[in-house]
Design a protein around this ligand. Structure first.
Ligand code: SAH
Ligand code: SF4
Ligand code: F3S
Length: 466
């Protein structure tokens, strides 16, 4: 791992300020549009991109047509994500034709792969620069060269990855905050591209994380989500992830702590005990199962069995009877038989997840699973996917219905996407809750409210202030 030095960061700040001066000397108020694909880690990265562009004097715009700088932060986890990022990039071609002063940069996981980088280089000549995941801290330097008439540039990290501290962050929300604790992944699940796009595992220093958490609490954050591809691999100064969680929970402030993602092979009893004893820890756990078949899990290189997974769930429920569980499932992994798929359905019924994110297997170049000969036809994958949804939706609905009539603490975050007449928020279980919008409920935006649940659907709860 390469630790970016504080001198290098200071250098980026110097460049950010000279870019700002450059614009103010021209009497210009430049605008930046950022489009983000992918997971929370990418969302968090985009908040850093936003922080840096603000520091350079760019105002935010949500209209690409108004932008002087467009950044597309891409994901590579499934082919669909890449195709969306490429088609979005393609849509900006005409803006560049109209406005040669517009700069377009493609960042993130997709362009950290050599074949995609080459594709963007060749087929998207109006893209001015590419920046890979571990190199985002160099955005100021890269952009300043562009503004100075420099050539197109392509910057990616080495596979071991780097770690930069002290960059500006402009968060999307005041009430909720992402805080990365580690980057990269060493697990090499056989289907997954992430270890290739985000490099080797590396943890931030505990002191840096604690300082950031204190800052967001002081700024009004009520929900803090610690991020990493496998948070249970976190390690700093001899302390592990459970120690970190314990330390954060000991901080003053009225907040709830969540984290994601945990790998079942590494989620420790110690972490579960830590969650159980700390009131500030959300009683919620996202624990990707991927498949209910032991053979498929082995082929996926997941290093746990359905039995050990169930043991872990049993321990969690012993310590925290009301814990809400969610998971990720992949259907149609190469060689998955009907019986093996049935084993997944049966695991869903046995565990009774509150919520499942399911994905159709998508072959990723470079990964071992993509080279397996027994790929499953698309129609079979789609059928299994629909069947899985049907089974899980019934379970999710039953779980949600059991909450009707009960009280839930809800962090109210703002207007509901469903309707301007509703406000929305998350219960401690991380379930989405909608409440009617009025003067009384508006006063709770950014705060915890006690909500009585009056109605339940598969993906959401409805309630009123209690
Ligand atoms: N680090 C996290 C999640 C990474 S990606 C973890 O280990 O759980 C998020 C989810 O995308 C994964 O859990 C998996 O279910 C899904 N996924 C990853 N690669 C995939 C692929 N090639 N095809 C379909 N789904 C995939
Ligand atoms: Fe991908 Fe597995 Fe790492 Fe998660 S743990 S990011 S699924 S390789
Ligand atoms: Fe996608 Fe990269 Fe996240 S591949 S899922 S944005 S780590």
């Amino acid at each position: 791992m390469i630790k970016v030095t504080s001198e290098q960061i200071a250098e980026q700040y110097k460049i950010m300020h000279s870019v700002r001066e450059h614009f103010s000397a021209l009497g210009k108020e430049p605008k930046c549009y950022i489009r983000t694909f992918g997971c929370q880690q990418n969302e968090a990265d985009s908040e850093q991109l936003r922080g840096m562009t603000s520091e350079m004097g760019y105002a935010r715009t949500d209209t690409p047509e108004d932008a002087d700088l467009i950044l597309i932060n891409t994901c590579a986890v499934r082919e669909h994500a890449e195709l969306r990022a490429l088609s979005t990039t393609g849509q900006f071609k005409k803006l560049k034709e109209k406005n040669p002063e517009l700069y377009i940069g493609v960042c993130g996981c997709m362009v950290t792969q050599e074949h995609r980088m080459d594709q963007v280089k060749k087929s998207y000549p109006y893209v001015d620069f590419l920046v890979g995941t571990g190199m985002l801290y160099k955005l100021p330097e890269i952009l300043a060269k562009q503004l100075d008439g420099g050539k197109r540039s392509f910057t990616v990290d080495s596979p071991e990855g780097s770690l930069a501290e002290g960059l500006p962050i402009e968060r999307e929300s005041k009430a909720t905050a992402w805080v990365s604790v580690m980057y990269g992944c060493n697990n090499f699940c056989s289907y997954c591209v992430v270890p290739y796009t985000r490099g080797r595992e590396r943890s931030r220093e505990r002191s840096d994380i604690l300082a950031e958490v204190k800052r967001v609490i002081a700024d009004g954050a009520k929900e803090i989500t610690l991020l990493g591809q496998n948070v249970n691999s976190y390690s700093s100064d001899g302390g592990d992830f459970a120690d970190l969680v314990d330390e954060i929970c000991a901080l003053d402030g009225d907040f709830i702590l969540r984290f994601m993602t945990s790998h079942p092979k590494d989620a420790s009893r110690k972490l579960i005990d830590t969650m159980a004893k700390n009131d500030k820890c959300a009683k919620q756990f996202h624990l990707p199962l991927q498949s209910g078949s032991g053979r498929i899990l082995h082929e996926m290189n997941r290093k746990y069995t359905p039995e050990s997974y169930l043991e872990l769930v049993k321990y969690m429920r012993e310590k925290m009877p009301d814990i809400a569980l969610s998971s990720d499932i992949i259907v149609g992994f190469p060689g998955e038989t009907d019986e093996e798929f049935e084993e997944t359905l049966s695991m869903l019924r046995t565990v009774g997840f509150d919520m499942v994110y399911s994905f159709i297997y998508s072959p990723r170049p470079l990964t071992p699973a993509a080279a397996m000969t027994c790929q499953i036809p698309q129609e079979v994958k789609s059928k299994r996917f629909d069947r899985l949804l049907e089974v899980q939706n019934e379970i999710s609905l039953a779980k949600n219905l059991s909450l009707v009539g009960k009280h839930q603490r809800v962090l109210v975050t703002g207007e509901s996407k469903n309707s301007p007449d509703m406000l929305t928020g998350r219960a401690d279980s991380n379930k989405l809750v909608h409440i009617p919008r009025d003067a009384a409920s508006e006063a709770y935006i950014g705060k915890f409210a006690n909500v009585k649940i009056t109605k339940a659907e598969t993906f959401a709860l409805f309630g009123e202030l209690a």
